[in-house]
Design a protein around this ligand. Structure first.
Ligand code: GLY
Length: 371
């Protein structure tokens, strides 16, 4: 068994730990009980995750004498909406969750975001613990305090910054992921190497195939290194006034592609991030900011992992380059009409570009669509 690693997120009085390791569901009671004023917690989860992991979590809690009650919402992105959100908040009120109690989010990004937002508004804010069950949630959405739901007008448009009090990333739960979902999460892992740590990217080139095949030591290291990088950026810029935008490397392209594919399983989020990172590198190369070998090196690695590496690998029709650029113009990150791209001076050297020549972006998109 790998030892349990701790990554601190330093945010003054809102600081917390991310624990990473095997068997954390079984140890959840011992890890959470010291935070509790009374030995009782409310768990928000989804039906798919509940079927596989809820019993282990509840057994782990009861080992330390912590009783729990749970609400399982339907699985899927459409749960991140007002109707399910109000159901969750009212269920927490019916469960008599008090201001000093703790809510647990057991699930992937949808549950983490919704439960975190419910905790943010319940009685003007209660503490919550993230127990992420997808790779994507372990390395990204469970850390950093972005919580919220989708609006008919767009994704994640309603929400709050509300930091968790503890994150438990149990490496064992990744065994239950379908390979495509694991690799989608890997899109966010590879992003960290690209944005700020060339040595990590090199490590991934050597070790990611074994990690994807199930090597737990390598999985734990990849989650830990990703969380360390995210924690460091969030500690510097909690509410995204500057550097936190680096975490959006590849995301402007990704959001346009997700929108164009109807947020369907034609393209999972992390798959879009991986393709988006390749397009951001390509744009950077064409602007003379990095070597042309960088996007090729990333694409070769993604293909070795069995992942989509370019727009042409997305099945079905897509808008033309102008259409995709128009979708990017609707991104949350547009400031004063300028799309804020994250570009790079090379692998591990990303930066926030306040202004980018959109003709170059159009050229990259046109060539990618023509392949
Ligand atoms: N997922 C991007 C962020 O947390 O800022």
């Amino acid at each position: 068994m790998t030892s349990v690693e701790t990554v601190p997120v330093s945010l003054g009085e809102r600081s917390y730990d991310i624990k990473i390791g095997e068997g954390l569901l079984a140890q959840s009671g011992a890890l959470i009980a010291p935070m509790l004023r009374r030995p009782n917690v409310a768990i928000l989860t989804d039906e798919n995750v509940a079927a596989v992991h809820l019993a282990s979590l509840q057994a782990g809690l009861s080992e330390a004498g912590v009783t729990s009650t749970a609400l399982a919402l339907p699985a899927g992105e459409s749960t991140k909406s007002w109707p399910h959100f109000s159901r969750a908040v009212e269920w927490l009120l019916d469960a008599k969750v008090e201001r000093n109690d703790v809510v647990i989010a057991l699930g992937g990004g949808v549950i983490g975001d919704l439960a975190g937002f419910a905790a943010a508004v319940l009685r003007r804010g209660v503490r919550f613990v993230q127990i992420p069950t997808s790779l994507l949630a372990q390395v990204d959405s469970s850390v950093g305090g972005k919580t919220g739901i989708n609006a008919p007008q767009g994704k994640n448009l309603i929400g709050a910054f509300h930091q968790p009090s503890l994150v438990l990333a149990d490496i064992d739960v990744l065994d239950s992921l379908a390979p495509r979902d694991f690799l989608s999460g890997y899109g966010e892992v590879v992003k960290y190497g690209l944005l700020g740590d060339a040595n990590f990217f090199e490590w991934l080139e050597k070790n990611a195939p074994e990690m994807a095949a199930g090597d737990k030591t390598k999985r734990a290291y990849a989650v830990k290194r990703s969380c360390e990088m995210k924690a460091e950026i969030v500690a510097r810029d909690e509410t995204e006034q500057g550097d936190r935008a680096l975490l959006n490397l590849g995301h402007t392209f990704c959001h346009a592609l997700e929108n164009a594919t109807g947020y369907s399983d034609r393209l999972l989020h992390g798959e879009g991030v991986a393709i988006g990172c390749a397009l951001a590198l390509e744009t950077s190369a064409r602007l003379g900011l990095c070597s042309q070998e960088d996007p090729s090196r990333l694409r070769a690695h993604l293909r070795e992992m069995g992942m989509k590496a370019d727009i042409a690998e997305i099945e079905g029709p897509l808008p033309d380059a102008e259409g995709l650029l128009a979708l990017m113009g609707q991104d949350k990150k547009v400031v004063d009409g300028q799309i804020k791209f994250i570009l790079t001076h090379g692998i591990g050297l990303a930066f926030v570009s306040p202004k980018t020549d959109t003709d170059v972006v159009l050229g990259v998109l046109r060539d990618a669509l023509a392949k």
